[in-house]
Design a protein around this ligand. Sequence first.
Ligand SMILES: *Cc1c(COP(=O)(O)O)cnc(C)c1O
Length: 407
Amino acid sequence: MTDTKKTLPRVALPADARLDTLAVREGLPPSPWGENSEALFLTSCFVHPDAATAARRFANEEEAFVYSRFSNPNVTIMERRLAALEGTEACIGTSSGMGAILLLMMALLKSGDHVVCSRSVFGATIKLLQAEFGKFGVESTFVAQTDVAQWKAAMRPNTRLLFAETPTNPMTEVCDIQALADIAHEGGALLVVDNCLCSPALQQPVKFGADIVMHSGTKFLDGQGRVNAGALCASEALVAGKFVPLMRSAGMNLSPFNAWIVAKGMETLSVRVREQSARALQLAQWLESHPAVERVLHPGLASHPQHALAMRQQNGQGGAVVTFIVKGGREEAFSVIDATRLCSIAANFGDVRSIITHPATTTHGRLTEEQRLAAGIGQGMIRLGVGLEDVEDLKADLARGLDRLAA
Ligand SMILES: *Cc1c(COP(=O)(O)O)cnc(C)c1O
């Protein structure tokens, strides 16, 4: 742990400022020029008044900007804003969501340690943990997202981390964060929650006992599909004591430009996410009544297996990702995707542009068919990251292919 005195200035904000205010106002005070919108600090290093000051700053005895691999004003603005929204003491920005998970695991795990992870998490998370960290002697057990007993049974004396993502992508399975936090803490481990699908506008995992919140800024935080970014939100002890020192050595840092984009994106986060979530629910309800659709997965639907838990945990909202399964298989799913003219055929969500994805051949294409089926991802599945287009236009876009299948 470092004991750097916190000397960087703070924005003057009411002590009880609420989430929407923090999203717009938290960051750093303006420069002497008094800009209203944050300036861009594209500089790799910072100048010190004298050699002794430089030495103190490099030794972490005085808080200041030093070198953009580990400190930059744009990155600090993004980190302070996200920490405020997640309700954590601190945050560290990273180059991407996967960069955040790499930083997390490198900082907290060593050979012989054990991780319990939901088997329905993001495909690259499974690959990183199993293939890459497995190579260095980290053991992992993958369990069913919603089965608390399986998480408990998987605990070992050497378990250091529990890793969950809720809701999951693309299945939208919701796990009970508080129950997993209790299991983690009983076993002397930490609970990490990947909060990409909700964002803090809907869900703040630390309120339910999570120790670390992981983000891909690429999704809702940016919100307009421009950059890759990531972050870990946690206590000051973890961020300053574990993550920052590793960042200095490993360099999966967030670029100042991308930090600026994400910090700007967060200013509109809650209005975007609430609105996208409401439109997603309307689409989900409409899809549920379509004869070519076998099943619709959205936590806002009364038919969702964890609907009540999701409403409690996610501020009464289901989120902006809707997954549906068409009757048939890959051919039928492809025909619906290819009939769209408005939706972007891509592999992302959290964008104001609606994005349509075939998970089995894209985001989850690197998993074996066995792993995919265990995660419930079949060939007839389509994921829709709902944006801000008019809902009626989105319905018409999907109906073009679906009506043909139903005919
Ligand atoms: C996109 C995503 C990630 C990875 O984030 P990148 O910024 O693409 O590296 C991790 N978890 C979830 C749930 C995601 O959707």
